[in-house]
Design a protein around this ligand. Structure first.
Ligand SMILES: Cc1cc2nc3c(=O)[nH]c(=O)nc-3n(C[C@H](O)[C@H](O)[C@H](O)COP(=O)(O)OP(=O)(O)OC[C@H]3O[C@@H](n4cnc5c(N)ncnc54)[C@H](O)[C@@H]3O)c2cc1C
Length: 387
């Protein structure tokens, strides 16, 4: 499969990224997980290495690379085994900067995208609200235009980089009810009336998931991202790549769990032999490996179609649906192969299992993905690109 998608350049990139992560990230991960945050200094290092701007245009400081450099990047980042660290970097580089690059005007790109790619400022994407996340079209945060400003009131919750980011791309209601009333605004953390607090959670510990409040925040009209009333369409469009990335993360989680289990079951002995000689475990590992490999092949093929310009709403939803469920299953099954050690923080399985659980929730829950797939499949609903 490797030779169909990856070139020698991709392989060289993988080696240098791996060396960087082994030196500058992996030795610090336990500390960042305990501190419940990813420090600003590592964003700067990622910026200096070019990792925050892999696919953004060179004229804004990006590297303008193809999709499969992004796949290599995601695969190596997963080996760090910290969903929280991955999210802290990803919510900035893969969510906030993606909207700026796609919908931002030149002035916005100079102000936010250029320093964002350098890791000098950090962004967040805030869609979900306390009253609901799945039904994006019903969001309640209001932005009322008065003179040269929007006055913003409302709350966002479960926002990755919600506490320590410098700017927030927020989905707000500028118009009437429904999807057509939604717009995107860039809100600076330092604007009066913005406050946030960190949420305690099951996993993703190195990420500062936060609740953000906007109280009479005056946002200049220049901070409108793209066109007024098009926010919902922009969000849906970027969900394709987000869902592909989450599907790949699911596959990587599953593969890591299998790799850890292969190593452990070769070393651990019971009843006078290594436990990888027991057929019950051997067949389980074979089955889980087969399912993981098939999922990886599907996800790779979708990245290729996405790169070629196919608008793959249904397929991306299918990939995320199945790969994130697979991840939960494989992490759980492999954790059990470690016996009691699987439950201990000194071994990698506990964190892997915890962090996997978010896959079926974020970026569209499994139920919402089934809704999308069935609407396309059964009701012949058609989705079109926003821009
Ligand atoms: C750690 C973490 C990080 C996150 N990061 C971000 C972020 O950076 N930015 C951001 O905007 N959001 C973020 N989220 C929010 C996430 O996207 C939402 O939690 C998710 O979309 C679900 O929304 P909800 O929590 O409001 O659940 P709800 O929408 O209230 O759903 C509750 C349950 O009802 C089900 N349900 C809802 N509608 C239907 C339906 N039509 N049919 C069947 N079942 C249905 C859901 O599947 C779910 O099981 C994050 C969440 C977490 C936990």
């Amino acid at each position: 499969m490797h030779q169909y998608y990856f070139t020698e350049e991709h392989d060289l990139f993988r080696e240098s990224l791996k060396a960087f992560l082994e030196k500058e990230v992996i030795p610090n991960i336990d500390k960042w997980e305990e501190e419940r945050r990813t420090p600003r200094s590592i964003y700067k290092r990622f910026g200096e290495m070019g990792y925050l701007g892999l696919y953004y245009p060179e004229k804004y400081g990006g590297m303008g690379l193809d999709t499969f450099f992004g796949v290599v990047y995601a695969e190596e980042m997963m080996k760090v085994n910290s969903g929280g660290f991955n999210t802290a970097i990803g919510a900035h580089a893969g969510l906030a900067l993606k909207h700026l690059n796609a919908e931002g005007n030149e002035a916005q790109k100079q102000k936010y995208l250029v320093p964002g790619i350098k890791g000098e400022i950090i962004g967040a994407l805030a869609i979900t609200e306390p009253s609901g996340g799945s039904d994006v079209a019903s969001l309640r945060t209001r932005a009322v235009k008065k003179g040269g400003h929007y006055i913003v009131n409302g709350s966002k919750t479960f926002i990755s980089n919600g506490v320590y980011s410098d700017f927030i791309i927020a989905a707000v209601r500028t118009g009437g009810e429904g999807a057509k009333g939604v717009s995107l605004l860039i809100i600076d953390r330092e604007m009066p009336g913005v406050s946030a607090h960190k949420l305690k959670k099951l996993g993703w510990h190195a990420s500062d998931t936060g609740e953000i409040h906007f109280d009479e925040v005056k946002v200049p009209v220049e901070n409108l991202l793209g066109e007024e009333g098009r926010g919902f369409a922009y969000i849906m469009q970027h969900f394709i790549s987000e869902r592909l990335d989450m599907a790949l993360i699911g596959v990587c989680n599953a593969q890591m769990a299998i790799d850890y289990a292969l190593k452990y079951t070769a070393e651990r002995e019971a009843f006078g032999r290594s436990i990888n000689k027991f057929q019950a475990l051997r067949h389980r590992l074979a089955q889980l490996s087969a399912e993981t490999m098939m999922n990886r092949a599907f996800v790779y093929s979708l990245y290729k179609r996405h790169e070629d310009g196919d608008y793959i709403v249904k397929e991306a939803a299918m990939a995320k649906l199945v790969a994130t469920q697979l991840s939960d299953k494989v992490c759980y099954e492999c954790m059990r192969m470690f016996g009691g050690y699987g439950y201990m923080e000194d071994y990698p399985m506990a964190r892997l299992l915890r962090d996997s659980q978010l896959g079926t929730i974020g970026g569209g829950t499994s139920e919402i993905l089934c809704e999308i797939i069935s609407k396309i499949m059964i009701d012949s609903k058609a989705y079109k690109a926003a821009v």
